[in-house]
Design a protein around this ligand. Structure first.
Ligand SMILES: [Zn+2]
Length: 410
């Protein structure tokens, strides 16, 4: 049985990957040089049509499920390996986030066909992975694995003002899809979206756990007063309290870094936001993530206590809203070990690591053995038009997946 030459970037494979990348390239392009392919928008639908036409040209079967996810399949088998990712992007995003995983899946499918292997595979493109359009992430994969249900998404509103329910009705999709069945194992290749692989000069990453995000809005309420007429000792400046809290949140994140946790204040909303008025109220958007539930809980409690303490000291009111909370997701240990063993065998340098960002793999980890493979991306830049990964890296990941499937389906 013909196997691929190990640890090589054959000219024809790189050319095929480039051809696939080019096929998707212009869809959703905008004048900045980036792409906008929001979940359940026309641009995303166009990406799925392109995916369909690529698959059918190779002689594969195409399927669409009840929520608009697309699949290219090499068999009718009831039981198959699923290689998945997404084709949507953020606003003014890059061309590798999601697409790299779809390209890797299509390359693997082609190799399996060329080498006449009998491995049932579906390459799945899941709708609306990014939260940019509806404020909800992993919608397509979440709905079909039942990790999400109608109540989580029906009322969410797109950037152009339509509810998910309306869009689903228009397209004939269902908010009560049947749970996806027959998935033996799920594999996803994704750009790392961080700098670790680049920093350590490693070609691939194999994820152990996907960090669980908790998100809050922290509100500090003071008194908006005249900045000239109010003496320094009579003020209740909400922004000064917020400044103290922001640096406290940074040090809480640093304290918990030993558990690979992170804490970020990503947004500041200030009222009235006028040069000659003492800030009356501030809302901070906080995102904490980690793979250790105790550490996450500790961070949450410390942030809450700090907010109360700082508010009390400064005569401010403090309250908080929890916007979302997801538990860390543990991926298949068996798959990690086999993938790592194969990578070692192929002399592809790799690293066992965590995923700080969420992916469709989170939805599947609940229903089947799941693996997530990272490829380096330039300077860790992602969700940005300057996002870049090499075609050779995509081929590295594809070779690992191919060899893995070859190994486990023997
Ligand atoms: Zn992604």
């Amino acid at each position: 049985m013909a196997k691929l030459p190990k640890d090589s970037h054959r000219v024809e494979d790189v050319a095929y990957a480039e051809y696939l990348f080019e096929k998707f390239y212009v869809i959703g392009s905008i004048s900045t040089g980036g792409v906008t392919r929001l979940g359940y928008s026309d641009a995303e639908t166009e990406m799925h049509k392109m995916f369909k036409s690529i698959g059918e040209k190779e002689g594969f079967r195409y399927e669409e499920d009840e929520v608009g996810n697309s699949f290219i399949c090499n068999s009718d088998s009831d039981s198959y390996y699923l290689i998945g990712s997404h084709l949507d992007s953020v606003v003014d995003g890059g061309r590798y986030d999601g697409v790299a995983g779809i390209i890797a899946g299509l390359i693997v499918l082609k190799w399996v066909k060329d080498n006449k292997l009998d491995i049932p595979i579906k390459v799945g493109a899941f709708r609306c992975e990014e939260s940019s359009n509806f404020g909800k992430c992993t919608v397509g994969s979440g709905l079909v694995t039942n990790a999400l249900n109608k109540h989580d998404v029906a009322e969410t509103v797109s950037k152009d003002g339509r509810t998910m329910e309306e869009i689903f009705k228009e397209n004939g999709y269902s908010l009560y899809p049947e749970r996806i069945s027959g998935v033996k194992q799920y594999l996803e290749l994704h750009i790392e979206q961080g700098k670790i692989l680049e920093e350590y000069g490693e070609r691939l990453g194999i994820a152990t756990t996907i960090a669980g995000p908790k998100r809050f809005l922290l509100h500090l309420i003071g008194e908006a007063e005249h900045s000239g007429a109010t003496p320094m000792d009579m003020r209740h400046d909400a922004l000064c309290g917020a400044a103290e809290l922001i640096s406290e949140i940074e040090s809480i994140g640093r304290d918990e870094a030993i558990w690979k946790s992170v804490a970020t204040v990503g947004t500041v909303e200030l009222k009235p936001n006028a040069l000659n008025v003492i800030p009356g109220s501030v809302t901070l958007g906080v995102d904490i993530r980690g793979i250790n539930q105790d550490s996450l809980n500790r961070m949450e409690n410390r942030i809450k206590d700090s907010g109360k303490k700082i508010a009390k000291k400064r005569g401010l009111k403090f309250y908080r809203d929890k916007i979302s909370e997801m538990s860390p997701v543990v991926l298949s240990r068996n798959m990690q070990e086999t993938l790592s063993h194969i990578a070692k065998d192929m002399k592809i340098s790799h690293r066992i690591m965590i995923s700080g960002a969420g992916h469709d793999a989170m939805s599947f980890a609940e229903i089947c053995d799941t693996a997530l493979i990272f490829i380096p991306c330039d300077k860790g830049i992602s969700h940005n038009k300057n996002e870049f990964a090499t075609i050779e890296s995509i081929c590295d990941g594809a070779i690992l997946i191919y060899e893995y499937l070859h190994e486990v389906s023997k």
